[in-house]
Design a protein around this ligand. Structure first.
Ligand SMILES: Cc1ncc(COP(=O)(O)O)c(C=O)c1O
Length: 470
């Protein structure tokens, strides 16, 4: 930071930050003021390499003029059209484009504003589908341990992260969970998809519903093809295919939450394409607009949509659900512009082409102090640390802060660092991410107790915070 030009911090008293230790943040603010390509500019004018594509949501890189222009023009042409009982042409065009990008058959599109809303919308569609088909007792929902389906009540009910559930009461009734596929004892440091155990693990789902529920009471199973938020959990070979078979056998809808795995992250359009397993419903968000306008989508198989159209009473609203901002014009413009970029630059292929290089770079961290496992698929890697007794998460948080200090943005969740750069990343930038991460891990680990103390990082930011509170 240049001492001659003091940083002007905003008043930080009013904004309640999401999923953030607000008090800690105020003592050490990490603020961006601009972004272009694969880099952020921090408030002290440092270039920070974006190792996380924002929050997994900027696959085409930052500051894309094609998207900005489309959104700007749209705002000046039609800013808003009522979403219920009327619409605008771009909504239909966006749905057509999203349908064409989806795996074949999932071509009926419901728009939302986020991944959380997409998850809850998908769950509601599943329940309503069975009801409209005359099976209202098929009304239980199954999720998975460590699953993340956003933060709304449906999403946290089927989600499997205790920290996101414990403060919020009893959630939905009629929900169960299956085991998550992470098995570090067997699969530590596997490159890509673990080879063994997938079918047996999926068979536990069948066992559970047969033993505890009766499959005819289950409406849907929701899983992320690769569990992202809970720490990059890659399912073993055959697992998702077997889940698909079980769902088909018992008439259960299979929902893939592709909020992270959609839009090229695994080197294919969707995780469904990567694993060659077609679910009944796909949810997405994030990359759909390259992160610039909130938008999510739920793609359903045509048969599901047709059931609503054919079996609902004439003139009735077939699905009493929707949002004021469903398919808002600027979101549609952003989605179409983003899909144009994907088509022109073949970003999925770019990710696939870089994935072996990325894998090697990620696994070069094996053997560093505290590193207990490394997992990867496509352009995602998770580095899991040993848990320090009484200090869960401290190693990953300190590593994140150290990386920020060293000019790289990584993400931490529990004791795991996740890397998921824009798909526009270059090889030298992949090297820089993992070399810096390696240096950060070594530095934090070598400093022992002091290394884990967050207040030892980002001294500049602490100085600003003090200035602000004077
Ligand atoms: C798989 C998955 N589902 C849902 C969500 C929630 O998305 P949002 O934060 O847009 O509500 C996320 C966010 O990371 C996610 O990873």
């Amino acid at each position: 930071m240049s001492q001659s030009s003091p940083i002007k911090l905003p008043n930080m008293s009013n904004y309640w930050m999401p999923f953030t230790a607000n008090r800690q943040f105020r003592s050490m603010p990490r603020l961006f003021k601009a972004a272009k390509g694969n880099y952020f500019t921090s408030i002290d004018d440092r270039q920070i390499l974006d190792g996380t594509a924002g929050l997994w949501c900027v696959p085409a890189g930052h500051g894309r003029t094609e998207i900005a222009t489309a959104v700007g023009n749209q705002l000046l042409t039609l800013d808003y059209a009522p979403a219920f009982q009327s619409s605008h042409p771009l909504a239909f065009e966006a749905a057509e484009r999203v349908a064409a990008y989806m795996p074949e058959g999932l071509d009926r599109i419901f728009f939302t504003n986020s991944g959380s809303e997409s998850a809850d919308t998908a769950l509601k569609i599943a329940l309503a589908y069975h009801r409209v088909c005359g099976n209202p007792l098929r009304n239980k929902l199954i999720g998975r341990e460590r699953g993340y389906h956003g933060v709304n009540f449906g999403g946290i009910a089927v989600g499997g992260i205790a920290g996101n559930r414990k403060a919020f009461g009893n959630g939905l009734a009629g929900v169960d969970h299956i085991r998550n596929p992470l098995d570090i004892a067997k699969n530590a440091f596997t490159k890509g998809v673990p080879a063994d155990g997938g079918v047996a693990l999926a068979n536990e789902f069948e066992q559970r519903i047969l033993t505890l529920h009766d499959p005819s009471t289950i409406a849907a199973l929701i899983v992320e093809p690769m569990q992202g938020s809970a720490g990059v959990v890659v399912p073993p070979a055959g697992y998702l295919k077997r889940l698909r078979e079980i769902c088909t056998q018992y008439g259960i809808l299979l929902i893939f939450d592709e909020v992270i795995t959609g839009f090229g992250r695994l080197g294919t359009k969707f995780g469904a394409d990567y694993f060659d397993v077609i679910p009944d419903i796909i949810t997405c968000a994030k990359g759909l607009t390259n992160g610039v306008v909130p938008m999510g989508a739920v793609a359903v198989k045509r048969e599901i949509y047709d059931a609503f159209m054919e079996k609902s009473p004439a003139g009735a609203i077939e699905l009493p659900h929707g949002y004021t901002y469903s398919a808002i014009p600027i979101a549609c413009a952003a989605a179409i512009a983003t899909l144009n970029i994907f088509a022109a630059e073949r970003l999925e292929d770019r990710a696939a082409g870089l994935s072996a290089y990325f894998e090697q770079a990620a696994h070069s961290l094996k053997g560093l102090p505290m590193v207990k496992d490394i997992r990867n698929i496509g352009l995602v890697a998770g580095i899991e640390f040993e848990v320090i007794a009484g200090k869960a998460g401290a190693m990953a948080f300190a590593t994140y802060l150290k990386c920020f200090e060293m000019g790289i943005h990584v993400r931490f969740t529990g004791d795991i660092i996740a890397i998921s750069p824009p798909l526009t990343i270059e090889k030298h930038e992949i090297d820089r991410i993992f070399n810096t991460l390696a240096d950060a891990i070594k530095s934090v680990a070598a400093a022992g107790e002091v290394g884990l103390d967050a207040s030892n990082y980002l001294k500049n930011e602490q100085v600003w915070a003090m200035q602000q509170s004077l």
